[in-house]
Each structure stands twice: as C-alpha cells, then as structure tokens.
Design a protein around this ligand. Sequence first.
Ligand code: T3D
Length: 258
Amino acid sequence: MSFIIFETQGQVAKITLHRAEKFNSFIREMALELQAALDKANSDNTIRAILLTGNGKAFCAGQDLTEAIDGSGPGIKRIVEEHYNPIVQKIRAIEKPIVCAVNGVAAGAGANIALCCDVVVACESATFIQAFSKIGLIPDSGGTFFLPRLIGFQRASALMMLGEKVSAKDALQMGMVYKVVEDAQLQAAAMELATNLSQMPTKGIGYTKRLLNESLFTTFEKQIAREGEMQVASTKTHDYTEGVNAFLEKRKPLFKGE
Ligand code: T3D
C-alpha cells in the first residue's frame, strides 16, 4: 500500500491516510487501498479495534480535485459508487469499534468519512468543512445521512449550504465529535481509546454497533424487540460469562472478544 499505512499495535489496527503533500485528498488508488485496509482489519480476528487517522497537517481534504476533473480519470459516478460509498458502508458494517483521530482539516468526503466512525476524537486545531457547496457539488459519503442525525437538521442544512469551516471546539459543542484534545496529545489519546476498546467484549460492542445502525431505519417497538434478541446473543459469548464472573469474584475481567 503506498497511500495508506497499515500498522498494528496490540489488537488495534491503525490505518493512516498517507498523501500528506495533498492534504490526504483521495485519488482512486488511495480510496481502494483504504477499502482493502478496512477489509484486512475486519477479517483478522486478532484485530479488535481500528484507529483511522491522517498523516501530516490534514486529516483529509476529500476528493482530489485534479482527479475529479481529469477526463481520463474515473469520473464522478465511479468516484462516488466505487470509492466513497464502499468506504462508508464498510465503516458502518464492520462490527468492531472504529476510532477516528482527526489530526487537522477534514473537508468534503474527508469530513463525512470521519463523522461516520464510531468514536471521533479531534485535536484542538482540527476543522470540519462541508466543502461541497463551494464547488457546486452536493455532500456525499453519507454526509446528508449522518450530519443531520449528529447535529440536527438546521445546523446540518446551514453547514452544508454555506460550506463554513467549523472549529473542533464548535464541533464538540454541536455533537459532531466525542472529544477534543490538545494537538500533541491526539495520537496517544486516540490510541488509548482504541486500545481500551480492543480489550472490551468485542462481540457485544459489534452487536451494539449493529443495533445503532438498525435504529436509524426502524420503529421503537421493532428496536426494543431487536435489543431483546441481541441481548440473548450477548449472553452466549465468552465475554459475558467472564464479565459477570469477574464482577462477582471482584477481579479484573479478561475479555477475549469471543
Ligand atoms: O468527483 C467528485 O468530485 C465527487 C466527489 C466528491 C467528494 C469531495 O470530497 S468534494 C470536496 C473536495 N474537497 C474540497 O473541495 C476541499 C478543497 N481544499 C480546500 O478547500 C483547502 O485545501 C483546505 C480547506 C482543505 C485546506 O486549506 P489550506 O489553506 O490549509 O491548504 P491549501 O494550501 O489549500 O492545500 C494544501 C495543499 O493540498 C495544496 O497543494 P500545493 O498547492 O501545496 O501543491 C492543495 O492544492 C492541496 N489540496 C488540498 N485539498 C485538495 C488538494 N489537492 C487536490 N484536491 C484537494 N481536494
């Protein structure tokens, strides 16, 4: 992989967007490599959490606009259908927690990929821009789906139409991100969160993610019925037995993710 760095630390897969000189903007190779990296982290049972971040000053400036207008390039339809849609679908479908460490500007598809991760931590200098309207595009990569659900319809409308830059502090206040930390602390703080998550009951967390996904499309009655089913499934895991026994025996649980 040349535009993505894939590393493991314990049971965490760290995936880094690696095209720093172009603010990690996406070209086709990088989008396909990110998909492959997500697949690799998903299929490896020893990986129990994923950390997504960017190299250099930016998290990701979205689509590389040179490629977007290149007549011999993939073209907008394939860019959306083959690059961004599979990325955000994979992020939501992987039943392992995905932490996103936003290390700088997150614009266009870069912002929306970050926002569909499970736990988003930003550094103080990070910014979020729904840059699409400024170049005559509509927000993609799941932005019109997730942003109104994260921050409310009115704020999402305004940000998507105006394309204004949102500071990390304002993103936190709006509910766009989970935490904001000092720039120098970002990678350590995000890895600590991912490591904690990788040592938790992975199946239960995966079921939680499945239920959160389903909650976006369903009714209250159906959702509580699904909670019942998945709660029964949770009790069939090693980690449920271990968690309860450890509590009763007053010791630290050793979860296996099984
Ligand atoms: O086909 C389709 O287009 C459909 C798909 C759409 C998905 C999308 O993501 S559309 C939105 C695309 N992204 C943008 O419109 C953002 C464009 N970039 C910016 O607005 C600014 O660069 C930033 C606000 C992100 C950062 O501003 P600043 O002043 O801190 O940095 P800069 O100087 O503008 O950029 C630094 C370098 O990165 C620069 O390269 P250079 O001149 O030093 O060689 C710049 O050209 C490059 N860069 C930044 N964003 C992109 C980019 N190069 C190509 N494409 C980019 N999106």
